[in-house]
Design a protein around this ligand. Structure first.
Ligand SMILES: Nc1ncnc2c1ncn2[C@@H]1O[C@H](COP(=O)(O)OP(=O)(O)OP(=O)(O)O)[C@@H](O)[C@H]1O
Length: 359
């Protein structure tokens, strides 16, 4: 049995079903991120794991024990929220020691643990300060220390970085990941930021409208998105839509020009319309070589972005965006120019759903 098992979880608020289906097995020590746009239900899943919301149906077990009906304080989970939820009238030491005090641990044990936690977050000098005397980043580190102080079975992080400015966000995200690895603490992290998800997680659950779209490692989610939603949400900008001419050989006609995918067209029949994702960094200007596709089109837009020149090439109904480096010696491509673009057979990722387009 996995350390955390969430089975066929559903949640409705009145007539509004916000979690339609959620099933996940998490191994001990794993860092799992729930990634999705605002309102997709990720916080609701986290709150059900914490015990703040009761599932409409389904079950949750931790460390072999069914906790579905248990109150939050009986589950032994630690939680950090987006807003700094420190107690304003308590010192930092009192904040960090709060959970242990509630658990009636001896004062000497609490003091030792608080010191250990302050060393862990690299803020040993702030025990007697109050939250208002700390920066946002420091407050979130204290919130993390407070959550970890009680040695929870599972750490739940609900957009803990989103209120911080960009630079602090990146450094704190690395700190959280290092700490999580050192402590080996099983963690569920909620974010709508794909970069955060890709950089921190062992596995990512991409969610949309109360459903799981895909579960996989950052590598799998970025390189092998299964659906158009996952593909666009994790940053792939290009989609080609075409007619399958030979499913077994992976041959597809895009605006009358044939391309090949060697990523497999399982379930497709000849004549089907299919969409394929194509990462911008996989596309280059000019003829391709072996195992590469070439498409001929016309430059529709050139955006000068400094070190990079972004180019949009239209074939007919389909278009691709690609980035080229700006070099002062080469003349930049011009709008209206006829060009050839190329990309590898294995850069074309077929997506699951069939998309209806006019023939
Ligand atoms: N207590 C509640 N009562 C009624 N509706 C709720 C309640 N909590 C959440 N919802 C609704 O459930 C949906 C999902 O909310 P949830 O907070 O889980 O989404 P989310 O993906 O975490 O988004 P965000 O990043 O904006 O928090 C939203 O439409 C929200 O309005």
């Amino acid at each position: 049995m996995a350390f955390l098992e969430i089975s066929t979880l559903k949640k409705s608020f009145g007539a509004n079903q916000v979690v339609k289906h959620f099933d996940l097995k998490v191994e001990r020590g794993e860092f799992i991120t729930l990634l999705g746009p605002s309102g997709c239900g990720k916080t609701t899943v986290l709150r059900m794991v914490a015990g703040f919301e009761m599932p409409t149906s389904g079950s949750i077990s931790m460390d072999g024990k069914d906790v579905t009906a248990l109150a939050p304080n009986q589950r032994n989970v630690g939680m950090v929220f987006q807003a700094y939820a420190l107690f304003p009238n308590m010192t930092i030491a009192e904040n960090i020691g709060f959970g242990l005090k509630i658990a009636k641990r001896p004062a000497s044990e609490i003091a030792a643990r608080v010191k250990q936690m302050l060393d862990m977050i690299k803020l040993p000098q702030i025990a007697d300060r109050y939250p208002f005397q700390l920066s946002g980043g420091q407050q979130q580190r204290v919130a993390l220390a407070r959550a970890i102080a009680v040695q929870p079975k599972i750490l739940l992080l609900d957009e803990p970085l989103s209120a911080l400015d960009a630079k602090i966000r990146v450094s704190l995200r690395d700190e959280i990941r290092v700490l999580q690895q050192q402590l080996g603490i099983t963690t569920l992290f909620v974010t709508h930021d794909q970069e955060e998800a890709l950089s921190m997680s062992d596995r990512i659950v991409v969610m949309s409208e109360g459903r799981m779209e895909q579960v996989g490692t950052p590598f799998e989610i970025y390189n092998f998105p299964k659906t158009r939603f996952v593909s666009s949400f994790v940053g792939t900008l290009n989609f080609l839509t075409g007619k399958v001419v030979d499913a077994a050989a992976g041959r597809i006609l895009v605006d009358g020009q044939e391309v090949i995918t060697n990523r497999g067209l399982e379930g497709a029949s000849n004549g089907d319309t299919r969409s394929l994702a194509l990462r911008p960094e996989a596309v280059t200007l000019g003829q391709g070589g072996e195992n590469r596709n070439t498409l001929h089109g016309k430059i529709e837009l050139v955006s000068f972005l400094g070190s990079i020149v972004r180019i949009r090439v239209r074939f007919d109904k389909n278009l691709v965006t690609l980035d080229t480096f700006n070099t002062s010696s080469a003349k930049p491509p011009q709008m209206g120019e006829e060009v050839t673009v190329s990309f590898g057979h294995d850069d074309l990722q077929p997506l699951e759903e069939a998309v209806k387009v006019a023939a």
